[in-house]
Design a protein around this ligand. Structure first.
Ligand code: DHB
Ligand code: FE
Length: 282
């Protein structure tokens, strides 16, 4: 019987990874963002899980746009860091957890979520930047094996927020039935408000972001009531990535404790946030 011990929600802006890779985290532009991560990183270093599930979206780097699964799961032994056009980031490839992947695939299909399985997958900034936010200096390996859970947020029609939350609830039930690990960390990635192209390029909505940061802990049902059009109108065309936080939230308990959160504008074109929740509030 495995237990989800924490949930980490974080933005995945590519330049956050680039700033780390190029030693710029103390530069005036980046220092406030990275200072904001510190308490969460310290707590996470004291609470390493046996395995993690990372909910993210590929940005047409690991998967071609001609095949876009709504929900998919990595089932591989390992995942290479994708080359997004500037060479691969100098971070470790990802060790997978194929037994957990197979268990999740079976459980989720039986629970009504017909996931696509990726037996081979390169992971892009949507995956590696959250790992770097968690673990700035991984050395030769990330802290534990990680299973990728992919959500389509880039091509219409994206799944609804309600469906993402329901997937998270099914994920939580599946993890609870898994015998091969004791503790599990869940990462929900993307967001916050941002729009990269079009007439509203550069759009940020900090009022919406702060509402979302509060509701993801206390009132996720309010967030599942929003349509994909609501997300795009309020958070920007790419801000709809926030629906992936709801997969993480669905896998956690009704009551969770906030360990730390931080919000910073801008990181590149994006409102960047981190929110870390303990699933075992005292
Ligand atoms: C940016 C943000 C993203 O979420 C992304 O996937 C790519 C770029 C940005 O703000 O630059
Ligand atoms: Fe993105």
């Amino acid at each position: 019987m495995a237990e989800v011990i924490w949930g980490l929600a974080t933005s995945h802006v590519p330049s956050i990874g680039a700033a780390m890779d190029r030693g710029k985290t103390e530069d005036p532009y980046w220092k406030p963002l990275f200072d904001g991560y510190r308490p969460a990183r310290e707590w996470l270093a004291r609470h390493p899980p046996d395995v993690a599930v990372l909910v993210y979206n590929d940005h047409a780097n690991g998967i071609d746009l001609d095949v876009v699964p709504t929900f998919a799961l990595g089932t591989a032994e390992s995942y290479r860091v994708a080359d997004e056009g500037f060479g691969r980031r100098p971070v470790p490839d990802v060790v997978g957890a194929p037994e957990l992947s197979q268990h999740l695939l079976e459980s989720l299909v039986d629970d009504g979520f017909d996931l696509t399985a990726f037996q081979e997958l390169d992971v892009d900034h949507g995956f590696t930047v959250p790992l770097s936010v968690w673990t700035p200096e991984p050395g030769d390996a990330w802290p534990c094996p990680v299973v990728p859970l992919l959500v389509n947020v880039i091509q219409y029609p994206q799944p609804t927020a309600a469906r993402c939350y329901a997937l998270g609830q099914a994920l939580g039930r599946a993890i609870a039935r898994f015998d091969g690990a004791g503790t599990v960390g869940i990462l929900g990635t993307g967001g916050m408000s941002h729009q990269l192209a079009g007439a509203r390029a550069g759009f940020i909505n900090s009022t919406f972001d702060h509402m979302f940061l509060d509701a993801i802990q206390h009132d996720p049902a309010a967030l599942t009531a929003l349509s994909r059009e609501d997300y795009i109108r309020e958070a920007g065309a790419e801000g709809i990535e926030l629906i992936m936080w709801l997969v993480m939230r669905g896998a956690m308990n009704a009551r969770i404790r906030k360990v730390h959160s931080t919000y910073h504008v801008p990181a590149s074109n994006t409102a960047a946030a981190l929110a870390l929740f303990d699933n075992r509030p005292a």
